[in-house]
Design a protein. Sequence first.
Length: 321
Amino acid sequence: MDKLRQKYAKIMADMRAMIDAAGDDNLTAEQQTQYDALETERAATQAEIDRRSALESAEAEMSKSVGRAVPPEQPKTPETEQRVEIPRAYGRLRAFADIPGAAPANERAYRYGTWLGAIAGNGRCRDQAKKLGIKLRAQTEGTNTAGGFAVPNEFTSDWILLVEQYGVFRRNVDIHPMVSETASPPRQTSDVTIYLVGENAEATESDIAVDQVNLTARKWMGFTKITNELSEDAIVNIADKVMQSHARGYAYKEDDLGFAGDGSGTDGGILGINPGLIAINGVDTGGGMVVSANDTIADMTLAELHSVMGILPSYAEAGAK
């Protein structure tokens, strides 16, 4: 279910990105086709979430009716029942959206804000975090910046959704999940070769050539100080703004490294697309790159733009940006 909910959130982010990019203009015919496809996929994903939720509810009811071992409901006492009233947001939330099967956006924002207040040293927020079941990790070597206050997993889906919405690079690359610090996924280096075959002749064998890419995970952190004097009414909106700011910051960093990373230590050894093309081809036009005779975007000519479009393979035109 978590994967389905993350898929639903990504579809919604892609749809919102298309609408925001269009601004006051109407979608083009191609964009409308893409948007309609996303809407169809969104409806199908929501239907699947609803089906699985209904099945889980039915199975829970059946287990009770056939006498399966069901943990007895614990009597509610002032100690075991700790109700927390969720304050409302002032204005529309921008970092948290309603997702089928997940807690309401306002509640998720309040939980995130409570966690922020708790790690800032607000005693009331610490008490609320315990009531809400939010885990507060101990400090690492007594220092917040050492990673002791890493963001809990329950907030990562909202954060990733925003990074995909704000950033350009992440939306256009393959994402490879890593379960360890290093990974070596396969990479295709060539396609099958097609041969002319005569009558009753044997076909020539041709394989898809692959090699491996070595990946090393790097840790990036955004550390923000906030006041520990948080009012109950302000928590939701402060959480919304902090989540937006961090997501935009990470999206900018991903775009900067993905397009312009120079492979140095300060860039985590990441070589971006632009420096990569220059390293392959030098400074001359060719090898998938067109070198402008001008220094700024404003001075680029229409002929240079046509040259860029001209070297694009026809099979890649549909998804070109």
